[in-house]
Every structure is written in C-alpha cells, then in structure tokens.
Design a protein around this ligand. Structure first.
Ligand code: FPP
Length: 249
C-alpha cells in the first residue's frame, strides 16, 4: 500500500499535477472527423478511438484516478447507419479480447452505466465477462457508458420513485435529491470533478446531466483518436488551475 502511494506520488510529481480528480468523465468525440481527415472510413476512426481508450485507461490508472467514465454509445447513437452501429457494438468485444488480461493484471474494475439490457448479445457477453473477472479488483473503476442517456436515466429514477410513492412505501414530502441519486446508474459512483470533451464541440449531449452539476468542464480541440497521455495531463493542468466553490464564496 505504501509502495503504491509512493509510486503514485512520484508519477504525480513527474507530470507536475498536484490535484488528481477522483472521477474523470470523458465525451470521446471526433472519431468520424479524424477518419474523414485521413480519407478513411468512419469505422477506422472508432478503431483508433478504441486504442486511445487503452492509452487513457493506463494513464488514468497510473495517476491514481479512481473512476474513469467514458461515453461510448448514447441512447441517440442508434440512429447512425446500421454498419456503424454494428461496428461500435463489436468494439467492446475486440477491446476486451486484447485488453482484459492487462486490466485484470492492473487491478482495474470494469463496469457499465446505461440501458445494457438493450445491447446485442455479443456485446453483453463480452462486457459481463469483463465485469465478472474484474469484480473484486480495487484499482481504477473503468466505466463504459453504453446505451446511456442522461434524460432517460433521470426519467427511469423518477418512475421507480413514483412506484414507491404509489404503493405507499414513500411520501412525496420525503422525496430528496438523494432519492433521485440512489436510483441513477451512478448510485455508487461519486460525481465527476472533471468532465472532458474532445473534438472542439462544447456541449454535454445528454451525458451525466445530473451528475455534472458541479463538474469542471474542459473542452479540447483534439480529436479523440489523437488524444494521448499528454493531452490528459494538459486537461488536468487546466482543471488544477480552476477554483471549485460549489456555489459558495
Ligand atoms: C463519437 O465520435 C464517438 C462515438 C459515438 C463512439 C465512441 C467509441 C469509441 C471511442 C470506442 C469505444 C471503445 C470501447 C471499448 C467501447 P463521432 O463518431 O461522433 O465523431 P464525429 O463527431 O467526428 O463524427
């Protein structure tokens, strides 16, 4: 344990980062434009995006980040061409085939947020295997937002609470923000202190809309396949320069 702490501290000093957020959330955007710039099919951008996921997972783990949540597929992404959707749904299979042994070795715990029951069977199978094989790991929590949408997540929580009220197990006057939080996919995950979006777009696109109320947002023009370890450090330096006041002075 002491050894691990010293290692992290040295790493932090090497990168000159003093404040490591406990939870970093990333909107991985720009795969399509990256491919288009290179006159390649869009799926090649997603393939390279998957390689970036590996790099950033390793770096976040080395830095001692506790939660890394990656927006991999939104509830709105189903409207993309079928070939592209099929390709993205195969990515977790390829990713875990090549990367799961390293995730296990590095003590990383894999999980998902989102409406995972609606994913294709092969996607679910690969993810469930990764979840099972890493469930006792205590290092970085690598969380894939798959078939995730913030509004649908809140609506889902409201429906569950309504049922509790309807059967008389709960009174409307007792309803608190904590009740909503307890019914979100992220009930056991702290809110992200830092939310990064790549590719120059500056919006949330339905990602963690409840949980990011007090997050620091860092928008970078770098396209996701070009985002690397140094890009993450640059974002952390911007985060470090911000003062978080949570509505106070
Ligand atoms: C957004 O870029 C990217 C996605 C919708 C897919 C993200 C998926 C990955 C990065 C790979 C995930 C890997 C695993 C293991 C699940 P875009 O296609 O919207 O880019 P564009 O805005 O330039 O068109």
């Amino acid at each position: 344990m002491i050894k691990k702490f010293i290692k992290q501290k040295q790493q932090i000093n090497n990168d000159n980062i003093l404040t490591i957020p406990e939870h970093i959330a990333i909107i991985m955007d720009g795969n399509g434009r990256w491919a288009k710039n290179k006159k390649m099919p869009r799926i090649k951008g997603h393939y390279e995006g998957m390689q970036t996921v590996k790099k950033i997972t390793r770096k976040a783990n080395d830095l001692g980040v506790k939660y890394l949540t990656l927006y991999a597929f939104s509830t709105e992404n189903w409207s993309r061409p079928e070939d592209e959707v099929n390709y993205i749904m195969k990515l977790p299979v390829d990713f875990l085939k090549t990367f799961l042994p390293e995730l296990i070795e590095k003590n990383v715990k894999v999980s998902t947020i989102g409406f995972s029951d609606q994913l294709p069977n092969h996607t679910k199978k690969a993810i469930n295997e990764a979840i099972n094989k890493t469930k006792d790991n205590t290092g970085l929590n690598l969380i894939f937002a798959l078939n995730y949408g913030g509004r649908a997540e809140i609506l889902n929580a409201v429906k569950k609470l309504y049922q509790e009220i309807d059967v008389g197990r709960m009174s409307i006057d007792d309803l608190t923000e904590k009740n909503i939080e307890d019914n979100l996919f992220t009930s056991d995950i702290p809110d992200p202190e830092l939310l990064i979006r790549t590719s120059g777009e500056e919006r949330l696109s339905n990602f963690l809309i409840w949980q990011s109320s007090y997050s620091e947002f860092v928008f970078t023009k770098t396209l996701w396949p070009d985002f690397d370890e140094q890009s993450l450090i640059d974002c952390l330096k911007i985060y470090q320069s911000r003062q978080r006041r949570f509505g106070g002075l």
